[in-house]
Structure formats: structure tokens, C-alpha cells
Design a binder for this molecule. Structure first.
Ligand code: DX5
Length: 216
């Protein structure tokens, strides 16, 4: 089975100690860092831009993925690639020209990923799968950290795995030591975790270790 990757998302980190917390996550064995980009329109929250990716780039060797929860993603992909993100995830619901967008991300030399919201069917991805590396199955409605895992998610992951044995299936939202084994069993291999890592009572390393242990 593919190695399970743990991807702390910085939405739940302490913005005033971001560099320190990202480095702590790296030391604790995180595989990537996710920057949760929100525009206040696609989701009712406003977060980070390319400057934050640049800042994170300066303090870690880990790959950085930019999850663009934004309308008009085409306006921003170049800036996020230039700032150091090597995987750009766009929301299938945020564009009418997903093929052109994915091809542009690939042209810029980054990996392309597509994120789908809880009510979006995996069937909508069939034609774009050959051009992307990753599908991020949102296991919450995007916009905020600390939400509850949506129970129909494992069935959706199984359906996606049946459509594509090879695509990297990432999950994002409500992932912790209890939900991680459930999504891995369904076929996910990349686990985004915000509050379960940066909000863990015993600290970041304990948060990552708890998820790692739960899927071992
Ligand atoms: C979208 C955000 C969250 C975050 C994970 O809502 O992007 O999914 O990454 O948050 P937790 O792990 O706290 O649910």
C-alpha cells in the first residue's frame, strides 16, 4: 500500500508563530504543508495569499500545496507557483474551464490537483483525471477548520478509487486519529489535518504522531 502522507494545513496554526509551527511540524514528520487559500466569496472566509506561501517556503524544505478555495483561480495560479507552491489544487465548482486551468498549472511546472466539495459527485472528475495528480475529497464543507467529518465521505472515496486506481486521493476536513483509519481503509493516502495537528492538546508532534499511529 502507498505510504500515507500527513499534510498539516496552516489555517489552524498560530499565525503569529507560523514559521516556528511549520518547522515543528516538519521536525515531527509532516510530509507536506497545505496553505488553505480562501477569497471570502467561494467560501465565507478570507485567509492567505502568495506572500504567505513565500514565507513558508523560506522556513521549510517540505513541499507546499496551495488549496485555492477561490473563484477565478486562473487569476492566481501563476503567483502561487512563483511563490513556491508545487501542487496547486483548484475547486471543480469554482471554474467553467477546468481543463484549461489544469493544463495551465501543468504548463507552469506545478502538479495539478482538483478539490471537490461534499455535494459534488466524483463522476464529474472522470474526464480530467488523466491530467491531474491529486483529487482532494473535501470531507467538510470548506471554509473553516475544526468542523465535523461528513459521514458519507468514505463511500465517496471508494467510488473515486473504483474510477481511478492510480490518482492520489487526499482528504481534507475533520481528519484526526479517529477518522484517519476510516478514510485510509476507503482508499485515501494523503491526509490534510489542521486542528488535529495545530490544535492538539499535547502539541504539534503529538498531533502528527497520533494520526501516524492510527493509520500504521
Ligand atoms: C477548509 C480548510 C480545512 C482545513 C482542515 O475548510 O482548508 O479543511 O484544511 O481543517 P481541520 O483539519 O481542522 O478540519
Amino acid at each position: 500500500m502507498n505510504r500515507i502522507e500527513i499534510v498539516p494545513s496552516i489555517l489552524s496554526a498560530d499565525a503569529g508563530r507560523l514559521a516556528e509551527q511549520v518547522q515543528e511540524a516538519e521536525r515531527a514528520g509532516a510530509d507536506r504543508i497545505q496553505v488553505d487559500v480562501m477569497d471570502g466569496h467561494f467560501v465565507p472566509n478570507l485567509t492567505f495569499g502568495p506572500l504567505v506561501v513565500e514565507a513558508v517556503r523560506r522556513v521549510t524544505k517540505l513541499p507546499i500545496e496551495a488549496h485555492l478555495m477561490v473563484f477565478r483561480p486562473e487569476l492566481f495560479i501563476e503567483a502561487f507557483v512563483k511563490s513556491g507552491a508545487t501542487l496547486i489544487e483548484v475547486q471543480v465548482e469554482a471554474t467553467t474551464s477546468l481543463y484549461r486551468l489544469v493544463m495551465r498549472i501543468n504548463e507552469l511546472g506545478a502538479k495539478a490537483g482538483v478539490a471537490i466539495n461534499p455535494a459534488t459527485s466524483v463522476e464529474t472528475l472522470r474526464e480530467i483525471l488523466p491530467y491531474i495528480t491529486t483529487v482532494n475529497v473535501m470531507t467538510v464543507e470548506p471554509g473553516f477548520g475544526g468542523q465535523k467529518f461528513i459521514p458519507h465521505s468514505p463511500e465517496k472515496i471508494r467510488r473515486l478509487r473504483a474510477i481511478s486506481p492510480d490518482v492520489e486521493i487526499e482528504v481534507d476536513g475533520g481528519i484526526d486519529a479517529s477518522t484517519a483509519p476510516v478514510v485510509v481503509k476507503a482508499g485515501a493516502t494523503v491526509l490534510v489535518a489542521g486542528s488535529a495537528v495545530f490544535g492538539h492538546k499535547q502539541g504539534i508532534a503529538a498531533g502528527i504522531a497520533a494520526i501516524r499511529k492510527a493509520v500504521a
